[in-house]
Design a protein around this ligand. Structure first.
Ligand code: ANZ
Ligand code: ZN
Length: 818
């Protein structure tokens, strides 16, 4: 018998698929489309890990299943190839980041090919290749033209010794990861993308995504953080009635304000403290706050620290004098950077007022009119008190009423705030996409004309780990201004690498386009992505940025779709011994070893069988063994019956065993179809196939050969999406000249699922008293259970004790009862 040797047959099939372009995308339009996408990998030096293998195995089953079901499928792959690790390799090991990245890309591609994933390699996209980043720059210019890219001073992490900007991950306990010096915040000109313009669209779009997990949508909603409230204008008499606006969600508490708090960075602070006693202390406080993160200032267990400025504001409705403070917990970049303190009704303000001995004034009372116990803030709904004309009003109603009243007096009005910030987009890094902007002494900021793209990354750069390498290239930094011909300086910042992955799925639809990022017609042919699978760690940033970019491109008339991913499916983690498989835990199982030992089909089958795709998957060596044994069993089953296919017997369910096997075939097909289609329950689909294989092994020698042949064919076809190599080989071994992967997914016949039935006699103490109808082939237990439950039988034995039930399957049941 021919032996199962995956190490030999798998590479052979992979080569054949490559040579025949077997997975080339069908661009026809008669068939419905399906866009199957897996998150593309970062080409690190480590190669693929099991998380990748799981990701691709799931995506591939979906792609293959849809192809067999008559869809034209696009299933592309690429590499997210810009990023810091390449630059670090250059700094620490002196390697060229481009060569380092390209060799990793090559290695990962080889490993992906070894898995037998059905990618259309002709559409391969690498974000660090000039071919691709040409159009990342093109898109940046589009954002710039549409007023969605702008420059603004922003605080960045700055290491004074290395004279460089640090990413947040490079700041460890407030110190530079490289030299250990204290990291400062420094205000530098940075590029931003105006994602806040799309805050509402990004929220509303979530309503159109019923197939996204609720949890992921909630995370995005949270991140956007839309908050409905009011802006209220206080004035500062000593500064000529200069207005100061606060943002509050609780205008109903306006009469309870006993102080205002400004963020230390608020522009009014320096004016307010000028020449006052507080000046020195508040300046020092402001400097100290500038170095702290948002979390270290506002965390719920962080002590609230404030300083009185010595200045007062005037209450917009009562005219009262309100002391103005600065405090750590008020942030400049939320709302207006100023808040009104209402200690009676806000927990945080209550703590602050207690600490600094500020007055507390209750303005909302519970419906029952209980006295406030003074133990904390009263944050529930109730009726207004101490609130002038609004006394007695319910506070919900008062939120609207007070906002409207302020509006009529031009002292404020309803407004919305978002947690979402504009996307800080520039990086002082080398291995990223250059920002296509020039600075000319005469013309100012000049975008590079589209016909001059791409702005290529220079290679004559120095990696000293200090300055941005791009600033060390002579060929790059100076150039001529396209509008006046004078000399100009190039922008040396590169783009945040998140932009690269925010549009790659659009490049896949038209990867060789040399003039535009993609043709609209092609985008409309394929978008949106129908099934996007990847780790839930991307639930916010990557998925939100991709949605943002898609919406901008939609508004620019570049595609019809308004959302990039119809169905986002977060895959579960791969665990080993109960914890995440990771290098630091030392519990990594290498995909290479598994493939070397058992073949890719076993690895894929194990991963898909061991758990539903959205659940955690516990790695198990015995489970892998089990999958291998199953494939070997399928192999033997087919080889043993090889001769069966020589004369192609027609199935005829002439005997009971054939009928039963035929029923099992249809049942298995139905189960696999229902489990796989949009339910993605691959594990149960596979266990169904395993049962069918058991049924075939148990099939009697003398039963109909045609039915047996058909059952075996069905197993091979059903296995094709899971274990594509072995099924291709076995299909060939039973004499088929076409490819198993071109077979239609088998249909099932509901009529064939119905069990045949027989009539049997039911005796009580040896006398026939009843006839029961039971399924053919039902076993003793099933027959006894059914018969004893029948109404007629229950009546017959009523009041008697059943001593014994004798079942002769297919013939009779005798109940012995006294
Ligand atoms: C007065 C007040 C009374 C408030 C009350 C709450 C309860 P969300 O829901 O997160 O939007 N706030 C506004 N701007 C702030 C800033 N820049 N830094 C820190 N806190 C700020 O929260 C809005 C509430 O957070 C606002 O409503 C304000 O406090 C505070 F009984 O105003 B509130
Ligand atoms: Zn110029």
């Amino acid at each position: 018998m021919k032996r199962y040797e995956p190490q030999i047959l798998e590479p052979r099939w992979q080569k054949q698929w490559e040579q025949t372009a077997a997975h080339q995308t069908e661009e026809t339009t008669e068939k419905p489309k399906f866009y199957a996408l897996e998150m593309f990998p970062y080409p690190s030096g480590e190669g693929l890990h099991m998380g990748h293998v799981r990701n691709y195995s799931i995506g591939d089953v979906v792609a293959r299943f849809k192809r067999m079901n008559g869809y034209r499928v696009i299933h592309p792959m690429g590499a997210d190839a810009f990023g810091l690790p390449a630059e670090n390799a250059a700094i620490h090991r002196g390697v060229n980041p481009r060569e380092w990245t390209e060799s990793n890309m090559e290695r990962i591609r080889e490993e992906q090919a070894r898995l037998g994933i059905s990618y259309d390699w002709d559409r391969y996209v690498g974000t660090c290749l000039p071919d691709y980043y040409h159009f990342t720059q093109w898109l940046f210019l589009l954002f710039y033209e549409r007023g969605l890219a702008y420059r603004k001073k922003a605080a960045v992490n700055w290491c004074p010794d290395c004279a460089t900007v640090l990413a947040n991950e490079q700041v460890e306990d407030g110190q530079c990861w490289r030299c250990g010096s204290e990291v400062e915040k420094k205000e530098l000109e940075q590029w931003f993308l105006r994602i806040t313009d799309y805050a509402d669209a990004l929220l509303e779009g979530l309503e159109q995504l019923p197939q996204w997990p609720e949890k992921v949508k909630a995370m995005q909603r949270n991140w956007i953080g839309r908050s409905q409230g009011a802006a209220i204008t206080f004035t500062i008499p000593e500064l000529n009635d200069e207005p100061v606006s606060v943002f509050t969600t609780r205008p109903d508490t306006l009469y309870g304000v006993t102080y205002l708090v400004l963020a230390p960075e608020h522009p009014l602070v320096s004016k307010l403290i000028q020449g006052k006693e507080s000046e020195g202390a508040i300046q020092a406080f402001t400097e100290a706050m500038a170095k702290e993160s948002e979390l270290s200032r506002t965390g719920s267990d962080v002590e609230k620290v404030g300083h009185f400025t010595g200045a007062y504001a005037k209450h917009p409705l009562t005219g009262e004098s309100i002391p103005i403070w600065v405090a750590n917990y008020v942030l400049m970049d939320y709302g207006t950077g100023a808040v009104m303190g209402v200690p009676a009704h806000d927990e945080r303000d209550f703590i602050f007022a207690h600490k600094y001995d500020l007055p507390i004034r209750q303005v909302i009372q519970s419906q029952e009119g209980e006295e406030d116990d003074g133990q904390g803030a009263f944050v529930d709904d109730g009726l207004l008190i101490n609130s002038g004309p609004f006394d007695g009003m319910g506070n919900r109603e008062a939120i609207q009423a007070i906002a409207a009243h302020l509006e009529s007096q031009e002292k404020g009005g309803a407004t919305v705030s978002y947690r979402l910030r504009d996307w800080l987009f520039s990086r002082q890094r080398y291995w990223g996409c250059p920002i296509p902007i020039l600075y000319c002494d005469d013309c100012g900021v000049v975008p590079v004309p589209k016909e001059d793209l791409p702005v290529r990354l220079p290679e004559d750069v120095v990696f000293d780990g200090k300055s941005n390498p791009l600033t060390t290239s002579d060929s790059f930094a100076t150039t001529t201004c396209p509008s006046c011909g004078g000399s100009a300086r190039r922008e040396t910042d590169t783009m945040d690498t998140f932009i690269d992955s925010s549009w790659y799925f659009l490049r896949y639809v038209d990867p060789h386009n040399q003039t535009v990022p993609f043709a609209k017609e092609k985008a409309d042919r394929w978008m949106p992505v129908d099934f996007y699978i990847g780790g839930v760690e991307h639930a916010v940033l990557h998925l939100l940025y991709s949605r943002f970019v898609t919406k901008v491109l939609h508004d620019a008339d570049m595609l019809e779709a308004e959302e990039p991913f119809r169905h986002y499916f977060p895959q579960g983690m791969v665990l080993k011994d109960g914890s995440k498989m990771s290098k630091s835990k030392g519990n990594v199982v290498s995909p290479r070893e598994i493939i070397d030992r058992y073949g890719a089909d076993t690895a894929r089958l194990f991963i898909l069988f061991a758990a539903p795709p959205d659940r955690e998957l516990e790695w198990s060596d015995s489970g892998v063994e089990g999958s291998y044994r199953f494939l070997t069993r399928v192999w033997r089953m087919v080889q043993n019956h090889n001769s069966l296919f020589e004369n192609q017997p027609l199935p005829q369910q002439s005997d009971a065993a054939a009928k039963e096997l035929n029923r099992l075939v249809h049942q298995t097909v139905k189960k696999a179809t229902v489990d796989m289609d949009e339910r993605y329950q691959f594990n149960t689909a596979i266990s169904g196939i395993m049962e069918l294989v058991n049924g075939i092994y148990a099939y009697p020698e003398e039963a109909d050969r045609g039915t047996l042949a058909q059952a075996i064919e069905t197993v091979i076809v059903l296995l094709a999406p899971f274990a594509p190599h072995i099924s291709a080989e076995l299909w060939q071994d039973i004499g088929k000249s076409d490819s198993v992967h071109d077979q239609p997914w088998p249909a099932y016949d509901e009529a064939a699922l119905v069990l045949d039935e027989v009539e049997i006699a039911v005796q009580i103490n040896g006398k026939v008293r009843h006839k029961a109808t039971v399924p053919t082939g039902a076993d003793r237990e099933a027959i006894e259970a059914q018969v004893m439950a029948e109404e007629k039988v229950r009546q017959l034995v009523d009041g008697k004790t059943v001593r014994k039930v004798i079942v002769i399957p297919g013939k009779l049941v005798n109940i012995v009862a006294k």
